[in-house]
Design a protein around this ligand. Structure first.
Ligand code: KIV
Length: 266
């Protein structure tokens, strides 16, 4: 395996080879994900919900993102590491956007950043890219706009919102993003966007026509107790495995079965 670069991700569109992306939030899981040959590891601000226990991603801070990005970068040898810009780290001003994006590369060891939005953030996206920092776009259902959307709801079902999302995707391509996430839109709209832009689209809850797919790692591994949205495929039930293992440990200690002679120094 070789290091995945931004030019390689860009080339994937013409090669027709799908892009795989997963989230990771620490060294432990970043190493596991990286060993599998996954192309991109996103240090997602989804850490606010799956790691920190918040109900939305809104409370996540820049310092927390940098802390997690550093841990992930230490565990990765091959994948492209992308840092997710948290709420209000780029929306506030062009200079905040560039300075905060820069922290992901300078301090976090990421190769690129991701930001949610289209026309509303386009001057910030242009400025970050002009500073030499690669940007991944993110259109459709935008978790940082939770209150605006009235919850996590599929976007682009009506003609006007579908046109707005398509236009945002085209604007982002023009601004120079190297790839973009399409989250929570009908598969027909994801196909229209994917056909309209020359960069790769990476879908989550947006059907099969995107140029790649991303999932949140704890969702895919079955580490969380709550019911998952229908677009999540659970490849394992690690929560159950963890609980069974820990119960067994407790039982073995209480019964005197652990540690055995072989597990002791003599
Ligand atoms: O924060 C995140 O994990 C994301 C992915 C769902 C794309 O933005």
């Amino acid at each position: 395996m070789t290091n995945i670069t931004i030019p390689e991700i860009i080339k994937r569109k013409s090669e027709g080879k799908k892009i795989t992306m997963l989230t990771a939030y620490d060294y432990l899981f970043a190493r596991i994900v990286d060993e599998t040959g996954i192309d991109i590891i996103l240090v997602g601000d989804s850490l606010g919900t799956v790691i920190q226990g918040h109900t939305t991603t809104l409370p996540v801070t820049m310092d927390e993102m940098i802390y997690h990005t550093k841990m992930v970068s230490r565990g990765v040898k091959n994948a492209l590491v992308v840092g997710d810009m948290p709420f209000l780290s780029y929306q506030t001003s062009v200079s905040d956007a560039v300075a905060n994006a820069g922290r992901f590369l300078k301090e976090g060891g990421a190769a690129a950043v991701k930001a949610e939005g289209g026309s509303n953030i386009i001057e910030k996206v242009r400025a970050i890219i002009a500073s030499g920092i690669p940007v991944m776009g993110h259109v459709g259902m935008l978790p940082q706009s939770f209150h605006h959307m009235g919850g996590y709801k599929v976007q682009g079902k009506e003609d006007t919102s579908a046109e707005r999302i398509l236009n945002d995707a085209i604007l982002l391509e023009d601004a120079g993003v190297f790839a973009m996430v399409i989250e929570g839109v009908p598969e027909g709209l994801a196909k229209r966007i994917t056909d309209a832009v020359s960069i790769s689209t990476i879908g989550i809850g947006s059907g099969v026509h995107c140029n790649g797919q991303v999932l949140v790692l704890p969702d895919l591994l079955g580490l969380l107790p709550q019911p998952m949205p229908k677009f999540v495929r659970r490849y394992a039930n690690l929560r159950e495995t963890c609980i069974e293992s820990l119960k067994q440990f407790k039982e073995d200690v209480e019964s005197g079965d652990f540690p055995s002679g072989d597990e002791s120094y003599h």
